[in-house]
Design a binder for this molecule. Structure first.
Ligand SMILES: Cc1ncc(COP(=O)(O)O)c(C=O)c1O
Length: 419
């Protein structure tokens, strides 16, 4: 888990006191440190590219903030988009269409038409999609998503590579799918898979690399089609708990690239990290408003609930918590850290030992840059929070907090109900 600096028990992020940010911009608030984003990108980019050419496609489902996408664009990132919306946001953030790969599932003809208009390459998820695209844009630039029957992840909801999931073309059917693509007039350039998310070990990535190499070789030997790009998807985990270790991306790069170089004619790799690039660049700041001691539990009631950060309630995920204005103090009491949502499943942490809390304290929820804001909602009619980017002691709002007017936008009360 990453470490932050402090001064007189005040936590510092991007050269700024977290409590100053909370006071100035209000809470809850997502704060992203630009330098950390750049470091994360360079670490994985360099580990792979010093071994073989590798495109890093930021999976912007993790965080589709335009400023964050822009920072990564400056670093040389490409984009993994799973919807037309993500592809359009990537274009707005300055990515050229050839640096975006669209990988959808249950894709409509209209979505494909729009992508074709914008010249965004499409990764095919099913024979049905392939045939429908052939009607819309014969010969279009495509790659194919295989279901490798190798899956892994931090929760069963995010294991995508197993054969019983809805994703990709089964590995037993993929050679026929390439044959059909050729017959329809396409010349697929790549082969793609994604095993799941939050994978902490190198093993599943090695296993799937071997499966994918075998498929690429079969496609070459049977159909004479030399695929240019092997895309191994995303899924690299990060250490959410102090006891967990960071994935050694050098070891990962070495294991993958040595296999690909030795056993295949693939010359370019692609990866689609989401969490790895953005997760630890961001903290969520939440203010404690209410301390409630009951005979059974001690609650710290904050202004961030599962509307702001759903991962604890949805996946049972752990997010480390510190107190911005008591940074480094020893834990003393056990709290359930809860939010303002009217459900008993509304929590950020359960039975968490923290320094003694008081009303007004600012909590720092770590590792919230991935699937934090992106999965937030306006449930209970609470607008989503602002997002701030910090760099060199400067902070800028990169997304404003939603207001009630935002919540009412587009709603219409029929005039007969106003009489
Ligand atoms: C196709 C694809 N690529 C990449 C990712 C990114 O995963 P992660 O954020 O775990 O790296 C996902 C996540 O669901 C995905 O479905």
């Amino acid at each position: 888990m990453r470490q932050f600096q402090s001064e007189n028990e005040q936590m510092i992020i991007g050269g700024m006191k977290a409590t100053d940010l909370a006071d100035r911009f209000g809470t809850p608030i997502y704060v992203t440190e630009e330098d950390r984003l750049r470091e994360n990108f360079r670490r994985i980019y360099d580990a792979f590219n010093k071994r073989m050419p590798t495109r890093i496609h930021f999976a912007c489902k993790a965080n589709a903030n335009l400023a964050i996408m822009r920072v990564l664009e400056q670093e040389g990132s490409c984009i993994d988009a799973v919807s037309l919306g993500e592809a359009e946001l990537a274009l707005k953030a300055g990515y050229s269409p050839d640096r975006i790969l669209y990988t959808g599932t249950s894709v409509s003809n209209e979505e494909m038409r729009q992508l074709v208009q914008r010249k965004v390459p499409i990764n095919i998820d099913s024979p049905s999609q392939l045939r429908r695209l052939a009607q819309i844009a014969p010969g279009y630039r495509i790659s194919m998503r295989v279901n490798p029957d190798v899956g892994a992840g931090h929760h069963q909801h995010v294991v995508t590579g197993k054969k019983t999931t809805k994703f990709g073309i089964p590995k037993g059917a993929i050679v026929n799918a390439y044959a059909e693509a050729l017959a329809l007039g396409f010349k697929p350039y790549g082969l793609h898979c994604h095993i799941g998310a939050g994978v902490q070990e190198v093993g599943p990535f090695i296993e799937v690399t071997d499966v994918m190499i075998e498929i690429a070789n079969e496609v070459r030997d049977v159909l004479g089609l030399k695929l240019e790009v092997l895309d191994l998807g995303g899924g690299i985990g990060i250490p959410y708990k102090p006891s967990e270790h960071e994935m050694d991306v050098d070891l990962l790069a070495d294991a993958i690239t040595s296999r690909v170089k030795e056993h295949s004619s693939i010359r370019t790799l692609a990866l689609e990290p989401g969490r790895y690039l953005v997760c630890d660049s961001t903290v969520l700041l939440a203010r404690v408003h209410d301390i409630k001691d009951t005979p059974d539990k001690r609650f710290a009631g904050t202004d961030a609930g599962f509307n702001t950060l759903i991962r604890p309630a949805f996946y049972g995920s752990y997010h480390h918590i510190a107190v911005a204005n008591k940074f480094g103090r020893e834990p003393e009491l056990t709290y359930d850290v809860v939010g303002p949502i009217c459900e008993s499943g509304d929590f950020i942490a359960k039975d968490r030992k923290l320094p003694r809390l008081a009303e007004g304290d600012v909590l720092v929820v770590y590792d919230t840059g991935a699937y934090g804001y992106a999965m937030s909602s306006t449930y209970n009619s609470r607008g989503r929070p602002a997002e701030v980017l910090v760099h060199d002691g400067q902070a800028q709002v990169v997304r404003e907090a939603e207001t009630v007017d935002d919540l009412a936008r587009g709603q219409k009360i029929p005039s007969r109900l106003m009489l």
